[in-house]
Design a protein around this ligand. Structure first.
Ligand code: S3P
Length: 433
């Protein structure tokens, strides 16, 4: 239990949030699939990404880590060794789903497991298309839940139309496609994050992107390279939202990822009336990143739906809190995927925000929030979900009474150092006059 008490602070100053979780996972994965050395800087040393490192070490890949600098030295996927035990993905959906795609095309037989939360999350969105490619995956019920046994082997390319907008599914199939016979093509209805596509190009894969379609040719050997991981915009989103809600606040985010498939939060902040300035943007090899300043603005309600959803899926818990401070009714829809995240985020966010006085209701595929409402204090649970935990901590900044957070440790999954950065940014309101 952690008690967060702030006496009406404002947020000011600069912050460099930790590395992007999605990109960190992929850098270790592709570094391990590739032959030779890969140097990663800015790696996220959070729980989820450390699980990915552990799995590849078990497969015989040499991975040295000094803080956020990681060196991967791999014989390439064909040279991996049989693991001596199960491969444990912990709480990490990205690790589990992407590993299924990678292992399917290797020559390794292994058992993939996860923690209690991950063992309830659906895997058949990945195991079904992988089985169509010829993967041998066994586990119950119908290959939908961990633990799953994967016997890597011969795969054949497929042409797959994705029923859900999910970068995890897309990436798992692309990874399997790297080792399949023929060219694998995936079509999405709306574009989900494209980190895998960008990084595959960096590692020398034969990949083509054409609008909502991406194709990868099987059989090419990848070679190690350098990967620079920018700060995670999904982590920055918590302090961006705090700065937008608290009068007098202004925070500058250095070295933050600005991949357009991830910047939906900036669009929403602008639409709601916050001040968002891109002070610098670098668009080189790999991922775009830059410096962003977010300052308070009088907030108004908005609608969040359709193609915007995949561009801010992980930000919806903090956006719900933001909407409690906006004038009018905010509607979030088309976000049924929230029900199968680390926890059911629609149920968790509505239940916790209601406890402190928010006017919020759950719908099947989103939330409806009426604002503005004053928030009171109380005990909130994180449900073991890092993003719900961070939402509760930011709520404490604007609540009239202290907020206690049950199970705050889970925040280290994506943002180790979150409370230190919060302490650094939060200043007594009278400090700046
Ligand atoms: C991720 C994709 C998203 C996101 C998750 C990370 C990724 O999940 O919510 O936190 O790294 O590919 P879905 O693919 O299930 O939408």
């Amino acid at each position: 239990m952690k008690t967060v008490v702030f006496d009406k602070p404002i947020l000011t100053g600069d912050v460099a949030v930790p590395g992007d979780k999605s990109i960190s996972h992929r850098a270790v994965m592709l570094g391990s699939i590739a032959e030779g050395e890969t140097k990663i800087t800015g790696f996220l040393d959070g729980e989820d990404c450390l699980r990915t490192i552990d799995i590849f070490r078990q497969l015989g890949v040499s991975i040295e880590r000094e803080g956020t600098n990681v060196t991967v030295d791999s014989p390439g996927l064909q040279g991996w060794q049989l693991p001596s035990g199960d491969l444990y993905a912990g709480n990490s959906g990205t690790t589990a789903r992407l590993m299924l795609g990678i292992l399917a095309g290797s020559n390794i037989e292994s058992v993939l497991t996860g923690d209690e939360s991950l063992s309830k999350r659906p895997m058949n969105r990945v195991t079904l298309p992988l089985s169509t490619m010829g993967a041998s995956i066994a586990g119950g019920p119908d290959g939908n839940l961990l633990p799953l046994t994967i016997a890597g082997g011969h795969l054949t390319a497929i042409d797959y139309k994705m029923p859900v907008a999910s970068a995890q599914v897309k990436s798992a199939i692309l990874f399997a496609g790297l080792n399949a016979e023929g060219t694998t093509t995936i079509s999405e209805k709306t574009v989900s994050r494209d980190h895998t596509e960008r990084m595959l190009m960096q590692f020398g894969a034969s990949i083509q992107v054409d609008g909502f379609k991406v194709s990868v040719k099987g059989g090419n050997v990848l070679h190690g390279t350098e990967v620079i991981v920018p700060g995670d915009i999904s982590s920055a989103a918590f302090f961006m939202s705090a700065a937008a809600m608290i009068k007098g606040s202004s925070v500058t985010f250095k070295n933050v990822g600005l991949n357009p498939t991830r910047t939906g939060i900036l669009d929403v902040l602008r639409n709601m009336g916050a001040r968002v300035e891109i002070l610098e943007e670098k668009n080189g090899v790999g991922e775009p990143f830059g410096t962003v300043k977010v300052s308070y603005g009088e907030l108004r309600a908005t609608e969040i739906s359709g193609e915007l959803i995949p561009r801010l899926i992980d930000e919806l818990p903090i956006i719900a809190l933001l909407a409690t401070q906006a004038e009018g009714t905010t509607v979030i829809k088309d976000a049924e995927e929230l029900r199968v995240k680390e926890t059911d985020r629609i149920a968790a966010v509505t239940s916790e925000l209601k406890k402190i006085g928010a006017d919020i209701e759950a719908t099947d595929d989103g939330m409806i929030i009426h604002g503005p409402t004053a928030l009171t204090g109380g005990t909130l649970t994180s449900y073991g979900d890092h993003r719900v935990g961070m939402m509760a901590a930011i709520a404490a900044l604007i609540a009239s009474e202290p907020i206690q957070i049950e199970d705050p440790e889970c925040i280290a999954i994506s943002y180790p150092g979150f409370f230190e950065d919060l302490d650094k940014l939060a200043q007594p309101a009278n400090a700046n006059g």
